[in-house]
Write a protein that binds this ligand. Structure first.
Ligand code: NAD
Length: 260
């Protein structure tokens, strides 16, 4: 469904971003990967995507805290392929601390990666999307873009911010064949979460199932993690013609968390 389209996914060297990149590649889009990691492993991912799905896959090491690197990444993408159809703003980090002890440099870093980087990618991608009269901007926010939790001041502020940016982007592009939507996952099963399950089970001397139900998924009524495959499939759908009228939404993928 996405053959001939070019998709850039920030933070796609692991977790949700990688799952989204795989799903977009499986749907036929050429992929620009981005994120931190070991060069040889990233190269392997890139080659595997290209071989498995018969698409072009490239990689930008741009650091999402650096506006100049972001500008170079978008310029290189458009120079290489002549287009940028699908932009997925996914790169993100977390830090947990009470407000009066929240490290100031962590606040700045989280706002830069989780929010400001999407402002830069979006403003720089729009001219190329407008030239083609087509664009899909998908912002990976969070349930924390809709509700708060203690000790996550920077993350919750940044994720609420990206939901706001999503609405403005949607309104400014509404007549141009461009849509912009936010996806708001609850807990998603990634290697990061897997590591927490074993760690917490050992620390508290309880079973993995107890950690999942009573610690990690305490807020998530369906008591199961969303998967990166589910988020990939949703992103592909939002990128297709079938989703042309869906714009400016913040769609929870949270097993009922924000229905509380
Ligand atoms: P992850 O740690 O597996 O992946 C994060 C990605 O961002 C990696 O590719 C990493 O290299 C990249 N990244 C980090 N700092 C960067 C920087 N300065 N420049 C460029 N890339 C950078 O995490 P994940 O769980 O896959 O999270 C992806 C997104 O989904 C984040 O925005 C996160 O807030 C959001 N999210 C995750 C969950 C969850 O349960 N895992 C839930 C809701 C929202």
């Amino acid at each position: 469904a996405l053959a001939g389209k070019v998709a850039l996914v920030t933070g796609s060297t692991s977790g949700i971003g990688l799952g989204i990149a795989r799903a977009l590649a499986a749907a036929g889009a050429d992929i620009v990967l981005n994120g931190l990691g070991v060069a040889s492993e990233i190269d392997q991912t890139r080659e595997q995507l290209a071989a498995e799905f018969g698409i072009k896959a490239s990689y930008s090491p741009a650091d999402m805290t650096r506006p100049k690197s972001i500008a170079e990444m978008i310029a290189a993408t458009i120079a290489q392929s002549g287009r940028l159809d699908i932009l997925v703003n996914n790169a993100g980090i977390q830090h947990v601390a009470p407000l009066d002890q929240f490290p100031v440099e962590k606040w700045d870093q989280i706002l830069a990666i989780n929010l400001t980087s999407a402002f830069h990618t979006t403003r720089l991608a729009l001219p190329a999307m407008r030239r083609n009269g087509f664009g899909r901007i998908i912002n990976i926010a969070s349930a924390h873009g809709l509700v708060g939790s203690p000790f996550k001041a920077a993350y919750v502020a940044a994720k609420h911010g990206i939901v706001g940016l999503t609405k403005v982007t949607a309104l400014e592009t509404a007549e141009e064949g461009i849509t912009c939507n936010a996806v708001c996952p609850g807990y998603v099963y990634t290697p990061l979460v897997e590591a927490q399950i074993d760690g917490q089970a050992k620390a508290h001397g309880v079973s993995r199932d107890q950690v999942i139900r009573d610690v990690l998924l305490v807020q998530q009524p369906n008591k199961r993690f969303a998967t990166v495959e589910e988020l990939g499939a949703l992103t592909v759908f939002l990128a297709t013609e079938a989703a042309a009228s869906i714009t400016g939404i913040a769609l929870p993928v949270d097993g009922g968390w924000t229905a509380h």
